[in-house]
Design a protein around this ligand. Structure first.
Ligand code: LLP
Length: 454
């Protein structure tokens, strides 16, 4: 059996995985139509042991026992497979290219290391992500620095580290970089293509009013300005039209729009491909997204150009699952609440963007009655899932929420003194902690308590 176009990475090739040569399941072996549909939203390779959910070879409820809850579980095998699928897919279509992981989707040193090992570049937005990417041991010449408000100190850090590419968002970036750099620095200009996308307003960035980048006329003026710079080497252009985009057409329109600025050596086409959060989401397969980008590049960009892409969410979202423990099951006037030991402290996607998630009881997968899953935080907006079928949820049970790999832990917070959750990597060798849970000591650690007045 040849390659499958199915969007489940572990099963793209039958027989052996491309780099490791290890045996992997074929698509036919995996597709079991008797499995409850929620299993299909779990990381590739998820399966049932009886009625119990198994992620990356580990029983989900045992992971919860070992690492506590809430916990973000990332299937490392699935993540590496996805990174390779992106890298191999782009290289096959456009050899002069580089996949640059948008690390804001899950900034954690161990994940930076994994992405570096898979040969990816890293998109870092600011000093914090830069520090973590360096700690992950990735070659800084493969870093792309972003930000619409980069400070002097962040730019100085990036220059000192030897970051390969700085994306210029505004004229102030140019002034700062020229002042701070002591040797030639490669830069791209971020361009607003004026392309609309059907996504949440807060994560749409291709429209004329975006705070990121420069409209075409301003970008054109900056091209001229940079051509006269003795420190900054203008390599090309950058464009990123938004996130959780489920249609490929706007990506092609963005390529066409920036082509109006002339010919360059490098084009960074950003990220934005959506993930499959619900049964009704049908994001384009990575391959069809790459076909769209490279077809547009062949039509509108120079054949010799180097292409970069910056996937974040579509790289990692579907490789993650959050495990919670049920703290209370309470019948309300119109619905029954299942309250868990996390919520908007570890998942702001619901309250910020109205994202729908799916979930299951870890030890009784599929079926059941409809419940509202709520968090432990002090506001009514702290609702994880408005209505989801769960089988007999009871206090102490483990609940698994699917597709939480991207941006959930990124935006985790300490609301109500919540401790930010750990990241657990699961792979065939077992499970390992990649980020420990915060402790109450951590919460107190930054406090400076003034001595009582004497
Ligand atoms: N490149 C740039 C310059 C970006 O700003 C982003 C995301 C990406 C690439 C990656 O986009 P992706 O492939 O992940 O869609 N906080 C929001 C997400 C904001 C995305 C910001 N930029 C959320 O939680 O959904």
């Amino acid at each position: 059996m040849a390659c499958s176009s199915d969007d489940r990475d572990n099963f793209v090739l039958s027989g052996v995985t491309p780099r490791t040569g290890k045996a992997c399941m074929t698509i036919d072996e995996r597709t079991d139509h008797r499995l409850p549909p929620v299993v299909d939203l779990m990381p590739p390779g998820a399966r049932l042991d009886g009625e119990r959910l198994v992620i990356g070879g580990q029983l989900a409820s045992e992971l919860a026992d070992s690492f506590g809850t809430p916990a973000l579980i990332i299937d490392e095998v699935a993540l590496r497979a996805r990174a390779r699928r992106y890298a191999d897919g782009l290289a096959a279509r456009w050899p002069n290219s580089q996949v640059v992981w948008a690390s804001k989707s899950l900034p954690c040193t161990a994940i930076y290391r994994i992405m570096g090992e898979e040969g990816l570049g890293i998109d870092v937005a600011g000093g914090g992500e830069l520090v973590m990417a360096l700690a992950g041991g990735v070659d800084p010449s493969r870093f792309v620095l972003h930000g619409n408000a980069k400070t002097d100190s962040e730019l100085a850090m990036a220059l000192e580290a030897g970051v390969g590419t700085v994306v210029i968002d505004n004229l102030d970036d140019v002034e700062r970089l020229e002042r701070l750099s002591s040797r030639e620095q490669g830069v791209l200009i971020r361009v607003i293509p004026d392309v609309a996308t059907a996504t949440h307003d807060a994560i749409a960035t291709g429209h004329q009013n975006s705070k990121f980048g420069l409209p075409i006329p301003e970008a054109r003026a900056l091209v001229e300005r940079l051509r006269g710079s003795d420190r900054l080497r203008l390599d090309g252009l950058h464009v990123h039209i938004g996130s959780q985009i489920l249609d490929v057409a706007p990506f092609a329109r963005a390529v066409e729009a920036i082509a109006a600025l002339g010919e360059f050596e490098v084009y960074d086409l950003g990220g934005g491909l959506g993930a499959r959060y619900t049964y009704d989401d049908h994001p384009p397969a990575i391959e069809s997204y790459l076909d769209t980008l490279t077809d547009a590049a062949r039509r509108f960009l120079p054949a010799s150009a180097r292409l970069l892409i910056e996937p974040g969410r579509s790289m990692i979202a579907e490789t993650g699952v959050t495990l919670y423990r049920v703290v209370s099951v309470k019948r309300g006037a119109r619905r029954t609440f299942v309250a868990v030991d996390g919520g908007m402290g570890d998942n702001l996607e619901v309250s910020l963007y109205g994202q729908r998630f799916e979930a299951t009881m870890a030890d009784r997968v599929g079926g059941g009655e409809n419940y509202t899953v709520v968090g432990r935080h002090c506001e009514s907006g702290d609702q994880l899932i408005e209505s989801v079928a769960l089988r007999d949820p009871a206090v102490g049970d483990v609940l698994a929420v699917a597709v939480t790999g991207a941006y959930c832990l990124t935006m985790a917070n300490n609301y109500n003194g919540a401790l930010r959750p750990p990241i657990v990597l699961v792979a065939s060798e077992g499970a390992r902690l990649a980020l420990r849970r915060e402790t109450y000591e951590d919460l107190l650690d930054r406090d400076i308590v003034a001595p009582p007045p004497s």
